[in-house]
Write a protein that binds this ligand. Structure first.
Ligand code: M6R
Length: 615
């Protein structure tokens, strides 16, 4: 969602801004723009891709030593050039602003600023920020102090970058509730929404904290914590050396990031579980120094997450209840935050998020704490994310950067982590014999190889994908722990191929969705050789008897026969607790190959964003 890049350097910054925006494209956007300072503030905006912005730059020969750039994912106001960032304020002393986030009190501020004589050109909440800073600048005369005073009046989430025509050699940035990092380079200083935009110029990064306001000039920077609207003393922030490599965010031999990320899963899971592979027993310390104490007090689990991460939580509920004997609730974060749930201080609240920046998940976690939940754990793929900083316990999935909007390797590494959490809690609750613990460690060690094997069904999936690409609807069925896997399969298909897909617990079919079944709707079933297989087979008969076309992902040892209208792809023999992780792979491949057949934008599906940083 919205991406910010800014640079102030000894060299022309326009190529740096454009390259940075390209690196942020994966976050999702519908317009792009930049302002570069060169005698005056030169603004270019487009409703096209960053490549279009590049063409405008060439045509207009835009260049300069400082600039701010942005990709916008529309929230307030349609995706149009008028609403694209940067936004200007001021005729005589012009300032330009880019913004990521949502300003909740924008209407009140807009009325106040209109009364003060400011004219609004766009429908955005961002223009309010530009005028508010200009208004305060008139009184305070210094942009850094004016930004500080202005952000104190903003309610909601923001990361902003501001540049002024009168002193174009500096950029002011600020953040609260939306990510922003500084990059310190040899030839200049930079800021961006995430590290991938800045690797082109530096690996030295500072993760700004909530309420930070920073001033960047070519050879120095200053940071203040301006939460109370005053600059106060300079703040000290740690400079990190990013361990991201250019390869990690490059496509390499692949056509799409989603394809690359599907095939990276054996390595991603191996990296995530590395500490377990080298151990002879499982230690709660993998989740943090306090984990042993906290886990020993835990009498139930509450999982908060969105989208694919929510599906990971749903799978974990089966594991936690069956293996660890712990009651577990899984809640959609955006719903939980507006309910009046009853808190239990001994519940461990688990926030799951790939990005660690999902606004609803962060808000739900804070809400859970405010209700009296004492202990929290983050399962996240981004080390410096807000989520990781918000919880007492944390486990970093080491999937590497996930660029494709459709989450793949983040999901399977979340599942691997949640299984590890289950085994850890089961052990502490004395529900796991030494032999069973050893069996579990051995099974986890085998997981990367089992994932590799599951990927080998790709040629068969490709054949099915051709048929699916002709369809407008699809049903996904699963039972037990594989029901959330069916939900995940349906989500993958709909988000990248735009085919309407619904998942049902197969036992629910005859309570309504069976009415949808005819020869035109493909019905995907996940049929592992588990205790629910016979029940599932009866459900599949109900579909078959009504002329429905079945596409079944079975285990090698699931006794289901191929026949007219029943197509089967077999994975390896049933993998017990690991089965849902392995059954995810063919569903990801199916969605990917259907999208390829349909020619959709696989990595950047329409209307979606990678990190959903607004409510
Ligand atoms: O970064 P998060 O895991 O918190 O993101 C949650 C969802 O937005 C995300 O999983 C979304 O559903 C994916 N696009 C699904 O592929």
């Amino acid at each position: 969602m919205c991406g910010i890049v800014c640079a102030v350097a000894k060299v022309n910054v326009v190529p740096i801004l454009l390259e940075g925006l390209l690196r942020l494209e994966y976050r999702g956007y519908d317009s792009a723009g930049l302002v570069v300072a060169n005698q005056n503030l030169h603004r270019l905006r487009t409703t096209g891709r960053v490549a279009e912005l590049g063409k405008l730059v060439d045509e207009q020969k835009a260049q300069g030593l400082a600039g701010i750039a942005h990709t916008r994912w529309a929230t307030h106001g349609a995706p149009s050039e008028r609403n694209a960032h940067p936004h200007f304020s001021g005729e005589i002393s012009k300032i330009a602003v880019v913004h990521n986030g949502i300003i909740e009190n924008h209407e009140v501020l807009r009325r106040r600023l209109q009364d003060a004589g400011f004219e609004f050109i766009s429908d955005t909440d961002t223009e309010v920020i530009a005028h508010l800073i200009a208004f305060n600048h008139h009184q305070i005369h210094d942009l850094l102090e004016a930004v500080c005073a202005s952000v104190a009046e903003l309610q909601g989430a923001y990361a902003i970058a501001v540049i002024e025509e009168a002193r174009p050699e500096r950029i002011i940035v600020a953040r609260n509730g939306a990510p922003l990092i500084l990059g310190l380079g040899k030839e200049g200083n930079y800021a961006a929404s995430d590290a991938s935009a800045l690797l082109q110029v530096t690996k030295k990064m500072i993760y700004l904290e909530e309420g930070d306001v920073a001033e960047l000039v070519c050879d120095s920077y200053r940071i203040f914590n301006g939460l109370n609207g005053k600059l106060g003393k300079e703040a000290i922030r740690i400079v990190h050396e990013s361990n991201l490599t250019a390869e990690a965010i490059d496509l390499g031999p692949y056509t799409h990031f989603m394809q690359k990320e599907i095939f990276e899963q054996p390595d991603a899971v191996a990296n995530t579980l590395e500490m377990v592979f080298n151990a002879s027993s499982i230690s709660p310390r993998l989740f943090g120094n306090e984990a042993e104490t906290i886990f020993s007090q835990t009498d139930s689990i509450l999982i908060l997450a969105c989208g694919t991460s929510y599906h990971a939580g749903l799978v974990a509920r089966y594991w936690l209840e069956t293996v660890a004997g712990l009651p577990c609730n899984v809640e959609i974060a955006s719903e939980y935050r507006y309910r009046d749930p009853v808190a239990n201080p001994n519940t461990l609240v688990v926030g799951i998020s790939q990005s660690g920046e999902t606004a609803d998940t962060l808000a739900a976690l804070n809400y859970a704490k405010s209700l009296g939940h004492r202990h929290s754990l983050a399962i996240c793929n981004v080390a410096e994310s807000a989520l990781i900083r918000q919880t007492e316990l944390r486990f970093l999935t080491r999937a590497g950067p996930e660029i494709g909007v459709a989450s793949t390797k983040a999901f399977t590494t979340q599942l691997a982590t949640l299984l590890l959490l289950t085994v850890t809690l089961a052990k502490m609750r004395k529900r796991l014999s030494r032999e069973r613990e050893y069996e579990m460690i051995t099974a986890l060690r085998h997981l990367p190889a089992a994932l590799q094997l599951a990927l080998q069904v790709e040629p068969q999936v490709k054949i099915w994908a051709k048929k699916f690409a002709q369809k407008r609807h699809a049903l996904f069925l699963g039972r037990g722990v594989h029901y959330p896997i069916a939900m995940e399969g349906a989500l993958k298909l709909k988000e990248i191929s735009y085919i309407h897909a619904e998942a049902y617990a197969a036992g629910e079919l005859k309570h309504g969705p069976l009415a949808l079944v005819d020869s035109d709707i493909p019905v995907v079933a996940i049929a592992p050789n588990d205790i629910l297989l016979e029940k599932l087979k009866s459900n599949l008969q109900e579909v078959h008897a009504r002329g429905g076309e079945l596409y079944v992902f079975a285990d090698a040892d699931s006794l289901i026969q191929q026949s007219e209208g029943v197509h089967i792809i077999r994975l390896a023999e049933h993998a017990g607790l690991l089965s849902p992780i392995l059954h995810t792979i063919p569903l990801q491949l199916l969605a990917y190959h259907v999208a390829l057949q349909k020619g959709t934008d696989v990595d950047k599906p329409r209307n979606l964003a990678k990190a959903v940083t607004v409510e």
